[in-house]
Ligand binder design. Sequence first.
Ligand code: SAH
Length: 204
Amino acid sequence: MVDTQLIPRGIKDQRVLNAMRKVPRHLFMPEPIRPSAYADMALPIGEGQTISQPYMVAVMTELLDLKGQERVLEIGTGSGYQAAVLAELAEEVYTIERIPELAAQSARRLAELGYGTVHVITGDGTKGYREKAPFDRILITAAAPEIPAVVADQLEEGGIIVAPVGGRLSQILVRSKKVRGLLAQEYQVPCVFVPLIGEYGWKG
Ligand code: SAH
């Protein structure tokens, strides 16, 4: 996967490539689809949700520019795979999931695999996670109509937020840095994610 999908498409950060070599992606999905675990696509994980395509996980992770000491907030735990990749590269990971069954399953999986620095929270991530804010990095892995102001407020000065922003069906992956309290947009690429549903996201 790393040699055929990620390196040829320009993923360069060796730490990201090593993390994605290490995390057992197949263990983050239901048995019947495990034979396709390393294929070049998003896959269904139940509850109408998906685990992102490996390349998209790599792009988002590379954009976060993790050095190892960061406290990261992920909004949209899904399978827990992205959280595991983040845990390989940062100090502490808080990840929020709105569907209780997915949150419970991911928490169990991450614990079994020894990811003790990942904390899974069940709740509406469109409000961020005030209890542990501010964060050095925030990653939204569901499509947001816009970056909620309360989430932006929970980003540390100089911190980076990566999020798919746009319509319900297609979005632009945006990377912004917080400079003097405001988000300065730095990067964008087209993408498709499942919707971010909640108080400051899409409605139902
Ligand atoms: N990062 C995941 C893929 C995420 S798919 C992985 O590695 O597998 C997007 C997830 O965001 C879904 O599980 C969906 O239920 C969740 N989600 C949608 N709206 C949310 C919200 N307001 N708060 C938290 N999670 C949300």
